[in-house]
Design a protein around this ligand. Structure first.
Ligand code: XIL
Length: 386
């Protein structure tokens, strides 16, 4: 179904909305936006992405998918499913010698039954470690513990995983550690070699999965993100030159709306630098916080969508980008409700669908970004194909 082209967003916010928008940056996002509402609204994101050689999907969980209307929307819109929590140590490893795959196995079945890809998050992280970790793991058994975890968990899903976030958020340059590494329990126990070890062990357990280094704080134009980008690139270069099997960079993309926070040229050149190492790129956890935005819903939605549009317009230009995932599909289940709640207590509106599972302007921003790739010149064959 074709719906008539919608006027520029600024026309829709209205005067009252515009005066409520405090920052000039927010006004610029609105003014620049070319979002139109719902061209071919009946075509879901997964199909639009697929037409462009891209994968669209989202994080979700066991509980969310027991909400039938939500599950139906998830199956409709998403071509890939990533468990939000079920594959973290805390969930999968209740005791040092016990593994529990009930939750993630159920999620994998849901993905298979709905013709979706399945991806793993995450094997090595400084968070979500079980209580027994601190009292049980020491420098003499850490390597064996990590190897056992990776070989068991990756082995369990071998041949069925699209990709694994092998290591998560390992860069944090202001921790004063070598190479800008985060001073995580793993670094303390094993030194910088834990990263290579994790990738090698994952490759052994599943030679087919795409192995990803997933990183936050590398999207923005801030001094901190400059440091993170430089350290991430240097780490990827080191891993590649030592033959460590890393295949892709995951860029989390939890976006904020501070003025001047995004520099398209800088981000584009970072994506190029990553691609030039022979790596794929995945946008793994995209969402936009609306913590400090005005309460008015249409104003808020327009600003959020403008941010999606600004970011995605750079992302989709890079042929090494193979997938875009949002961290959740509907505002009904956004982690930002706890992590970045609004001071006025109104529900956050960070994701493509609203609380009632209706498509919002953020959905349109994603749809249009995917449509733009489909309309453009075909990418070189080898770049978007896994
Ligand atoms: C978050 C989940 O969304 C929350 O439900 C959980 O309580 C904490 O973790 N970066 C990551 C994800 O890599 O694993 C985090 O997920 C969000 C930030």
């Amino acid at each position: 179904m074709l719906v008539k082209r919608r006027a520029f967003l600024k026309g829709f916010v209205g005067l009252a909305g515009l005066t409520a928008i405090s920052s000039l940056f927010e006004q610029r996002l609105l003014a620049q936006s070319n979002l139109v509402e719902g061209i071919a609204v009946d075509m879901p994101l997964r199909e639009r992405a697929a037409k462009s050689g891209l994968i669209y999907g989202a994080a979700t969980g066991w509980e969310q998918l027991h909400d039938s209307p939500f599950a139906a929307q998830f199956a409709k819109e998403c071509g890939i499913l990533v468990p939000e929590s079920e594959l973290k140590w805390l969930a999968v490893r209740p005791k040092p010698d016990a593994f529990n795959f009930t939750g993630p196995d159920w999620l994998m079945q849901f993905a298979i039954s709905n013709n979706m890809l399945f991806r793993g998050h995450t094997l090595v992280w400084h968070e979500a470690l079980p209580a027994w970790f601190q009292s049980t793991v020491n420098s003499s058994n850490a390597e064996a513990t990590l190897k056992k975890h990776i070989s068991t968990v990756v082995g369990h899903y071998a041949g069925k995983m699209h990709s694994w976030d092998v290591v998560n958020e390992v860069i944090l340059p202001w921790n004063n550690q070598p190479d800008g590494l985060r001073n995580s329990p793993w670094l303390k126990l094993l030194g910088p070699g834990y990263i290579d070890l994790a990738f090698r062990e994952a490759a052994k357990a599943d030679p087919k999965a795409l192995l990803v280094l997933n990183q936050d704080r590398i999207e923005n134009d801030t001094a901190a993100d400059d440091q993170c980008r430089a350290a991430t690139l240097a780490l990827l270069q080191r891993l590649k030159s030592s033959g460590t099997p890393v295949h892709a960079l995951g860029i989390e993309s939890h976006l904020g709306l501070d003025a001047g926070i995004f520099n398209a040229e800088k981000f584009k050149s970072f994506l190029r630098d990553v691609a030039s190492l022979g790596l794929k790129i995945m946008i793994t956890e995209l969402d936009v916080t609306d913590q400090d935005l005005p309460a008015d819903i249409s104003t808020r939605d327009s600003i959020i969508a403008g941010k999606y549009e600004e970011f995605l317009s750079v992302v989709i230009e890079e042929p090494s980008v193979i997938a875009v995932l949002t961290w959740g599909l509907s505002d009904k289940y956004s982690w930002l409700a706890d992590e970045r709640p609004r001071t006025d207590g109104t529900p956050v509106r960070s994701l493509p669908l609203d609380m009632n599972l209706q498509r919002k302007l953020a959905w349109t921003a994603l749809a249009q970004a995917f449509d733009k790739v489909a309309a453009g010149p075909a990418p070189p064959q080898d770049l978007r194909v896994l």
